[in-house]
Design a protein around this ligand. Structure first.
Ligand code: 26W
Length: 820
């Protein structure tokens, strides 16, 4: 009956007893008093008990296997709710559903009680979560290392259309049922202080760091449960605490800590996730977070290495460390420091280990997202690390001198240290110099990394730059979130597609099958109804599921061009009212997006969309043809309702700006058709599905670059296109903000006087025309069904299982390890 060796037979009576035990002993409730939330917690704990046992077993057999492991270092893991997904991985969904039913409960209701662990901002964090799922599913030995933020990404609500942020206490007061504290793994982390020279027993000159204060790292493990196998890996999240009272007393006495450190409250270090996406703020506390994360993680990797009986010389052979963007870069000088100052290796030996251990993934080309830290700040907080960075740079500069003798311009460009009024450390350069592999996240992006971001590095280190195209886990993003489609797929291609996504190609031959098309579209309709119900219940807006559901969900950013979508909506509004002959199929435009709290224009765009929605949704002149819905507090659990319900997926970034995108893949897998630019992974999606099954529009990367070089003038488009002009001018009026004209003018201003840096106006006409094509194609439902089915069928490349195999084979040199 049970599908998975890990749990042996599912013993229903024992499971029910375990749930009841936790209800009473862990949560102090009785069967009579417990509410749904307590039951959810008790069920979560009872399940975590099973997975924790498997986690400890897996740690043991992986250590004994002497196989290489990957350590995935990321400041963000946007894992989403675990309970439902873990039940699927454990093969226990049906069993547990039956067991809780006997307790008088409904599993779906219980699952709704779980808060999203929102320990990430967006793409980068969600990718890390998909990757951990795929590592576990394929049994590649892995540990995820992150931070145990007390508050995840802020919760978003709207007040009079404006974004309001509130703290996200994701663990609730009871704590999160899936996390287990691992007190034996505590680490002590130093900060500030000075570096001293001394002579060791062998008479050698040595350096060592004498930190001014210590904080403590406490490990919390979340289980990463392999789908349909016996492996469970840890996602190890570090929480920062004050050290034992003894140190605290000295800390308070002030003899260790100068006035400048007096403010440090250890608990602040992991208090909150920084809410910036693609924008570097350079705050000191953020550097402390990054170092704390790296110090705990590197120390833990070394602990495991030595505990398994290995020598330091074999470190690189057995451990790979993947840096998820530059946020954990300080792990490089940290490992160097330990190898030099604690393991007493010489520079060359230490460097040989480091440069065979670390690999780095770049997730963005946007200049404002590339991290730099001032030398002054690093020198103060991490003085020994700064010395090591200078030494790395010194040796690197000699290499550059050899390659390009006397060329100071190239030196200035490649140097890890940026000269200027204050010297800055360029973390990306440090990464490229110190790692053995650097990768971009989609074919186009990786080409641009080579061509535009790191061309000289590419010349200097041939073979170091790679591409690994992103992917998404088909377990969460189809099987779990779209049970209707999953059942249909299993019926046609067998039920092992969640771990062998190549199998869904078997759907291709049903694309023209009228009966199959009907069933496929019936599933889509059910999913649209589920979303419509959510909107009605939570926002009071009634929707027609015969309308085209057109969805743009992602962080709010100018380069992602939610405002292009908005201007197009304004053009439809204008036409519906002013063009008597204009007709369109009813359409609902959905948005979901959080804006970084300090990003004013992004917040203005949210406000504008909300104001337009208010008007449009209640304007009888539109005959119900146009609706706009901005879903508040977009998060993973809402994404799970939105992706399956989409007809049209908006992937409309300015070409060259979106490194990959991963929402694009989730939409297409779930049968939405993409309207998108030739950007990021859209390019490869088009290759897979064929040009007739995707709606591509807009300028290409080279055309964007050319236009900007030639001097882009948005007014040219404004004056030449009366529909565009009318649409933009609406933003000046009080049409959407009665009595308050000009409230939405900031967007128009940015697009005209502001120079329209992301070429919204240049792409508008083609975008609008492509939407008309979508409108026409949708009216032919068989045609649409065929295209939707082909999108699902032809997405297997975008399984994160394939991404992880690429990393394992081309970068990590990793082999799966299964329990015998
Ligand atoms: C320092 C501030 C900061 C914070 C986050 C800078 C940069 C980031 C991330 C790298 C931004 C991000 O999430 N990038 C996204 O990564 C996804 C996974 O590879 C890609 O699919 C997206 O295209 C990319 O925007």
């Amino acid at each position: 009956m049970t599908t998975r060796g890990q749990t042996q037979q599912f013993d229903k009576a024992a499971f029910k007893a375990a749930v009841q035990k936790h209800l009473v002993t862990t949560y102090a409730q009785t069967v009579e008093t417990a509410d749904t939330r307590s039951w959810y917690l008790a069920v979560g704990r009872a399940l975590a008990e099973i997975s924790t046992g498997s986690l400890l077993e897996t740690e043991k057999f992986v250590a004994e296997s002497n196989a290489r492991s990957v350590n995935y270092l990321s400041l963000e893991f946007l894992i989403g709710r675990l309970t439902g997904n873990n039940l699927i991985s454990m093969g226990l969904y049906e069993d547990v559903s039956g067991a809780v039913e006997e307790l008088g409960l409904n599993l779906s209701d219980l699952l709704e009680e779980e808060r999203d662990p929102a320990l990430g901002n967006g793409g980068l964090g969600r990718l890390a979560a998909c990757f951990m799922d795929s590592l576990a599913a394929q049994e590649y030995p892995a540990v995820g290392y992150g931070l145990h933020y007390e508050y995840g990404l802020f919760r978003q609500s709207f007040e009079n259309g404006r974004q309001v942020e509130a703290p996200d206490a994701w663990r609730g007061i009871e704590g999160y049922p899936w996390e287990v504290l691992r007190p034996e793994l505590n680490q002590t982390v130093g900060l500030y202080g000075r570096v001293e020279s001394y002579i060791n027993e062998d008479g050698e000159n040595c350096r060592r760091w004498v930190p001014a204060l210590n904080v403590e790292g406490v490990a919390w493990d979340l289980p990463l449960i392999g789908y349909d196998n016996k492996s469970v890996y840890p996602l190890r999240l570090w929480e920062c605490r004050s050290p034992a009272p003894f140190n605290l007393a000295r800390f308070n006495d002030g003899d260790y800590v100068g006035a400048q450190y007096g403010q440090l409250e250890a608990g602040n270090v992991t208090k909150v996730l920084y809410p910036n996406d693609n924008h570097d703020q350079g705050k000191a506390l953020r550097l402390m977070q990054q170092y704390f994360h790296c110090a705990c993680s590197v120390a833990d990797i070394l602990r495991r290495h030595f505990a398994a009986g290995h020598k330091i010389e074999d470190f690189a052979k057995l451990e790979a460390i993947q840096l998820n963007d530059t946020h954990p870069t300080i792990a490089i000088p940290e490992l160097m420091r330990i190898l030099l100052d604690e393991q007493n290796l010489d520079w060359d030996a230490a460097w040989a280990i480091c440069s065979k251990t670390f690999a780095y993934t770049n997730h963005t080309l946007l200049p404002e997202a590339l991290e730099t830290w001032s030398e002054a700040l690093i020198s103060e907080m991490l003085p020994r690390h700064m010395e090591i960075i200078f030494e790395i740079n010194h040796r690197f500069m000699s290499l550059v001198e050899k390659k390009w003798p006397g060329n100071n311009e190239i030196k200035r460009k490649l140097s890890i240290i940026e000269e200027g009024p204050q010297r800055m450390v360029r973390m990306a350069n440090l990464c490229v110099v110190s790692t053995y592999a650097v990768n971009g996240v989609a074919a186009l992006h990786s080409e641009l990394v080579k061509r535009d971001l790191f061309p000289e590095f590419h010349e200097l280190f041939p073979g170091r730059l790679h591409n690994v195209t992103n992917g998404v886990t088909p377990r969460r993003w189809v099987k779990y979130c779209n049970p209707g489609l999953s059942a249909l797929i299993s019926e046609k291609v067998g039920d092992d597609w969640p771990k062998k996504l190549e199998k869904i190609a078997g759907l291709e031959k049903f694309a023209d099958d009228k009966a199959f098309q009907k069933r496929y579209m019936a599933v889509k309709k059910e999913n649209k109804q589920r979303l419509a119900n959510w909107v009605e219940e939570n926002m009071g807006i009634e929707l027609d599921t015969d309308a085209i559901f057109d969805i743009q969900i992602k962080r709010l950013h100018e380069y992602k061009r939610q405002h292009l979508n908005l201007v197009h909506i304004l053009s439809l509004y204008h036409r519906l009212i002013n063009e008597p002959t204009f007709d369109m199929h009813p359409r609902v435009f959905f948005f979901g997006a959080k804006a970084a709290p300090g990003y004013a224009l992004a917040k203005d765009i949210i406000f504008a969309i909300n104001k337009v929605a208010e008007k449009v949704n209640n304007d009888p002149r539109l005959g119900g043809k146009l609706k706009v819905v901005f879903i508040p507090d977009y998060r993973v659990s809402l994404a799970e309702i939105l992706f399956p319900a989409a007809d049209v997926s908006e992937q409309i970034s300015t070409a060259g700006k979106e490194a990959s995108g991963t929402g694009n893949m989730k939409f297409a897998l779930n049968g939405a058709l993409t309207i998108g630019t030739m950007d990021g992974a859209n390019v490869e999606m088009r290759e897979e599905v064929g040009d007739e099954n995707i709606f591509i529009f807009g300028l290409l990367v080279d055309e964007v670059q050319k236009l900007l070089e030639e001097g882009y003038d948005p007014y040219r488009y404004y004056h030449a296109d009366s529909l565009l002009r009318a649409s933009l001018d609406l933003l000046e009026t009080d049409e959407f903000t009665p009595g308050k004209p000009g409230q939405l003018a900031a967007i128009r201003h940015n697009l005209l006087e502001g120079g329209d840096p992301y070429l919204v106006l240049a792409d508008f006409a083609d975008y609008a025309k492509t939407h008309e094509k979508i409108d026409a194609e949708y009216r032919d439902q068989e045609n649409w069904a065929r295209k939707a089915i082909l999108n699902t069928a032809l997405m297997s490349k975008f399984s994160s299982d394939r991404s992880i195999r690429d990393y394992a084979n081309n970068i990590w040199n990793l082999k799966p390890v299964s329990k015998k």
